[in-house]
Ligand binder design. Structure first.
Ligand code: HEM
Length: 436
């Protein structure tokens, strides 16, 4: 066949009814991906609501997609369903120039030395929350990590004091909103009626109002603070940020980005931690090594555990790009309206990259740096997760705080994967207990 003929081919489509496909994808029934890859190869399509979705399991294709121009592939459209809660200025929802503007305003707050200033609070909060676990009790890592992630948001992102009226008011409003939006049926309703429709806006209003009020009060107070330059919280840094024209962010922009950071960072990090501890307690010596490292206060094992958990149990199974201009990937031609989905799940399970791929083995990371297109639990290209280092740091601090308190044991049988909000989560939230 000539090269042109190959370029015009479209990938094979999975041969199942649309309803079955939607059900399997939205309920994290990942066998659909394993079976499709075994049958059709590294690239295949699903007929899902709103068009054809193509999945990619070859790192070369993932690279093509992540390095394509932001005009050819949009990510913001794929996140539209979150618009009611996040707001129209959210970096997650925008594309092209508008996206880059918000991203550039946010990125400096997450750079190395800023992060270093925030890790003290992460460490202290982790110790405090772990200290409240009753001796001998079975506990759920996801719940504990959510408590930690919330306190980290209040202190490190919003810069509130670690206790007091403001802390409690914002904490309650944030917790209630996160709980409210985590219900899958609400997302389903948004998808049916549209996230910007009147009934959906009316449904969200009471849930959003307390946090919005709290955030706008906080923004206006903080604008008046005379120590902004010395503060290390992200809100203060956003107030100081300037775009390329020297313009500051408006209150609405700051509100939308704060809610975006809260929503994007809370459930994801807690889920990653739940998987990390659920998995590591089930391998020989895993808990003991984690405990020894935590007591010694140095070592690489906890980072390897995080990397391995994010490989074998990624929080999100794929990322999405909507085709805006015709594009060729791996010899196939895609048209505007198609959705391209680099499959984190499938690439992370390739035997040619990860020998014995289904085994949870943190030691595989000894002396190995994760590859940009072979390990991408945080996505890639100009859309790569802004909170990646923040999340990895939080995972390490929480894991060490828990492991310092004792050697962990698994509880019950291995946990199955269930869909929670948009994440693939352990069914019982990662249940563990201390051996002593
Ligand atoms: C283990 C925890 C986390 C995981 C697995 C995760 C994963 C992801 C993924 C897969 C994306 C989409 C990337 C793409 O489309 O290529 C993303 C985007 C994003 N994440 Fe995270 N994330 C985590 C934690 C966080 C945290 C802690 C924050 C902030 C505090 C955060 C903020 C964001 C933002 C703002 C974006 C949008 C970036 C953009 O569109 O330019 N995430 N994340």
């Amino acid at each position: 066949m000539s090269a042109t003929a190959i370029a015009r081919q479209t990938p094979p489509m999975v041969d199942e009814s649309m309803i079955t496909q939607v059900w399997k994808v939205t309920t994290a029934k990942n066998e659909i991906f394993d079976q499709a890859r075994a049958r059709y190869g590294d690239t295949f399509g699903l007929n899902l609501a709103r068009g054809k979705w193509f999945y990619f399991a070859d790192p070369e294709d993932v690279k093509t997609i992540f390095t394509a121009s932001p005009e050819a592939l949009h990510a913001g459209k794929g996140n539209e369903i979150l618009a009611t809660a996040l707001g129209e200025h959210s970096v997650l929802l925008l594309d092209e120039g508008e996206h880059m503007r918000q991203r550039k305003l946010l990125l400096p707050s997450f750079h190395g030395e800023k992060l270093a200033a925030q890790t003290g609070a992460m460490e202290r909060i982790s110790e405090e929350v772990v200290g409240r676990i009753p001796a001998g009790a079975t506990f759920q890592v996801r719940e504990m990590s959510q408590d930690i992630a919330l306190e980290v948001i209040l202190e490190v992102v919003l810069g509130t004091a670690s206790s007091g009226e403001e802390h409690d008011r914002l904490g309650t409003a944030t917790r209630e909103l996160l709980e409210w939006i985590s219900k899958g049926y609400r997302l389903m309703l948004s998808s049916v009626f549209g996230p910007r429709s009147r009934p959906i806006k009316a449904m969200y209003k009471p849930a959003l109002a307390p946090l919005d009020r709290g955030l706008y009060d906080l923004i206006s107070e903080r604008r008046k603070a005379d120590d902004l330059e010395e503060r290390s919280d992200i809100l203060s840094m956003l107030l100081l940020a300037r775009d390329e024209d020297g313009e500051p962010m408006t209150d609405i922009e700051i509100r939308d980005e704060l809610v975006t950071l809260i929503v994007a960072g809370h459930e994801t990090t807690a889920t990653a931690l739940a998987w990390a501890l659920e998995r590591v307690t089930r391998i020989p010596d895993g808990s003991e090594r984690l405990h020894e490292e935590a007591v010694a206060g140095e070592g690489e094992y906890s980072r390897w555990v995080s990397q391995e958990a994010l490989r074998l149990r990624p929080v999100l199974d794929f990322v999405l790009r909507r085709v805006m201009e015709p594009i060729e990937v791996g010899g196939y031609e895609f048209e505007p309206g198609d959705v391209l989905a680099p499959s984190i799940y499938l690439v992370h399970r390739r035997g040619d990259i990860y020998p014995d791929p289904l085994t949870f083995n943190p030691d595989r990371w000894d002396g190995v740096k994760p590859g940009t297109y072979t390990w991408f639990p945080f996505g890639g290209g100009v859309r790569r997760c802004i909170g990646m280092q923040f999340a990895m740091a939080e995972m390490e601090f929480v894991m060490r705080a828990v492991a310092r308190a004792g050697v962990l044991l698994p509880v019950g049988p291995e946990e199955a994967t269930v869909s929670r909000f948009i994440t693939s989560s352990p069914k019982r939230g990662g249940q563990v207990r201390f051996a002593f």
